[in-house]
Design a protein around this ligand. Structure first.
Ligand code: ATP
Ligand code: MG
Length: 354
């Protein structure tokens, strides 16, 4: 597997650490202005009407704040919160038990909602729409469906793969919030806030440097902060500053753009093939990883930062990738996006380096 330091997925350590620094109220959230404003309106109007708001779907890559926002929705509504996840709901009956035990106005959070079993999903449809579920008792010809009422509730679903949600499921959400990657300045604010909560002395240049290398993702920013803190405590004067950040991230092999060893290996393999196009399986073999790992772990960030592009014939390295590895690009190389910002600029396949 890839170096977990810059993986956006939560590790066990993150789960505990996330808890401490997780914003608890809307006013503590940094960034995500669009979704925040939309959610604010939705929640305020529901509070005025005195009825639960529409069901909410939060979609976006791991570590951007879906769980955080779900918890904030409940807090802002002053409502009870029940948390479960798609894979945890194996049978429709499990879900029926949860649904029928909800109290009026509760928030039910289902993480990874795209991974729910189909029978449970169908049960959820009627609960979402009519606040009613049919619980089937018995098997075969003798089976009977017993209709049960569900108290009005708000479902908050989270998904990293909104494309895998079924149409009927998606249609039942009154509000879909698409979370975006964060700007470096926002990550800097998140890091400064977390350092304050963790009682870690930090200088602005340290926060800027860590923010720049955090792949637009708060979870990674908080994790890198903890590693730089370790370094500063053991090898430095305990202060997280530019010098400590640079030195620590060198030890952990996270480069200026936030790429780790595997990301750079993928880029280097592409360049060895003249910049591509190279198929996914060839690339995976070249770096000694599973194709899934390359596709799901490395590629999203490499694509987003404009270092590679996908073409019908395979992956190609952009001019930014050549520049990043310090090798002159051959003529005709695709120009990349903007790796410094590391944001979702899609490389323009039709503009060629002069
Ligand atoms: N807008 C934000 N402002 C400040 N900190 C944030 C923000 N969003 C997320 N974080 C921090 O990042 C951590 C990870 O966020 P969260 O667990 O909500 O991500 P997620 O989208 O649910 O990820 P996953 O898809 O892996 O479940 C949180 O513990 C929190 O500290
Ligand atoms: Mg989550």
């Amino acid at each position: 597997m890839t170096d977990p330091l810059v993986s956006a997925w939560a590790s066990d350590e993150d789960a505990a650490a996330d808890q401490t620094v997780r914003p608890k109220r809307m006013s503590e959230l940094i960034g995500q202005h669009r979704v925040r404003e939309q959610l604010h309106l939705l929640l305020q109007s529901a509070l005025r009407r005195g009825s639960p708001p529409d069901h909410i779907l939060l979609s976006g890559p791991p570590g951007l704040g879906k769980t955080t926002m779900a918890m904030i929705v409940a807090a802002e509504l002053g409502a009870g919160l029940r948390m479960t996840s798609g894979p945890a709901i194996e049978r429709a009956g499990d879900l029926a038990a949860v649904l029928t035990s909800l109290q009026h106005g509760d928030v039910l959070f289902i993480d990874e909602i795209h991974r729910m079993a189909r029978p449970a999903e169908e049960l959820l449809y009627s609960a979402m729409e009519d606040f009613r579920v049919d619980v089937v008792v018995g098997k075969g010809p003798g089976a009977t469906a017993i209709p049960l009422d569900v108290e009005p509730f708000t479902l908050v679903g989270a998904t990293t793969r909104s494309g895998l949600l079924t149409g009927p499921m998606r249609d039942r959400f009154g509000f879909v919030g698409q979370l975006e990657f964060y700007e470096p300045e926002e990550l800097e604010q998140i890091i400064t806030r977390s350092a304050r909560i963790l009682d870690v002395p930090i200088l602005e240049d340290g926060a800027v440097e860590i923010g720049r290398r955090s792949r637009g993702t708060p979870r990674i920013a908080n994790r890198l902060l903890r590693r730089v803190r370790d370094y500063a405590e053991v090898r430095g004067n305990g202060v997280v500053d530019l010098k400590a950040a640079r030195a620590a991230l060198r030890v952990y092999d996270v480069d200026e753009l936030g790429l780790d060893r595997l990301d750079r290996a993928v880029l280097a393999a592409l360049l060895r093939h003249g910049g591509g196009p190279v198929g996914l399986s060839t690339l995976a073999v070249a770096v000694g990883e599973q194709p899934d790992t390359v596709e799901e772990v490395c590629e999203p960030f490499l694509l987003r930062s404009g270092l590679i592009a996908r073409t019908p014939r395979g992956r190609v390295a952009t001019a930014s990738a050549w520049r990043h590895l310090g090798i002159p690009a051959p003529a005709g190389t695709v120009v990349g996006g903007n790796p410094q910002g590391g944001l979702s600029q899609t490389p323009d396949l039709f503009s060629l380096e002069p």
